[in-house]
Design a binder for this molecule. Structure first.
Ligand SMILES: [Zn+2]
Length: 140
């Protein structure tokens, strides 16, 4: 009799673990994807260069290849401190930044610069997560 109870309890436990595992996978696919989608639509504010007055808005999902870099887009100007840069297609940028499509048929893959003051803390944290820690003060 006790043997039977043990077997039943064991199989119940196994089923419970299987159910939890399945729920975990389902949550990852539903909420996880929804969260990624929501985040992909988050706005990131970019400039052509750190001292450019125009601030443009792009979606997180449209940012490519973020990195620390000392050379800005456009007219390549060397900065003393590395700043966060990324590439974006110019037709994805909302707002006026220092880019004209005058030099050839677009869209152009342009290099933009992200500043901490322009962006929300959530975005900034996420950016740092994908490019590594703040390198701005490493060379000092
Ligand atoms: Zn363009």
């Amino acid at each position: 009799m006790t043997k039977m109870i043990e077997v039943v309890l064991k199989s119940l436990w196994r089923m419970l673990r299987l159910a939890l595992w399945l729920i975990g996978i389902m949550l990852r696919f539903t909420f996880g994807l929804a969260w990624q989608q929501t985040f992909g639509r988050s706005n990131v504010y970019v400039r052509r260069d750190w001292d450019d007055l125009g601030v443009g808005r792009v979606r997180w999902a449209d940012l490519n290849d973020p990195r620390w870099d000392t050379v800005s887009g456009g007219a390549p100007v060397e900065n003393l401190l590395p700043l966060l840069h990324a590439y974006v297609w110019c037709d994805k940028v909302r707002g006026k930044i220092g880019h004209s499509c005058a030099h050839g048929p677009g869209p152009h893959n342009i290099k933009v610069c992200m500043l901490r003051d322009d962006n929300s803390r959530r975005i900034w944290r996420r950016l740092l997560k994908s490019v590594g820690p703040d390198r701005r003060f490493q060379n000092l």
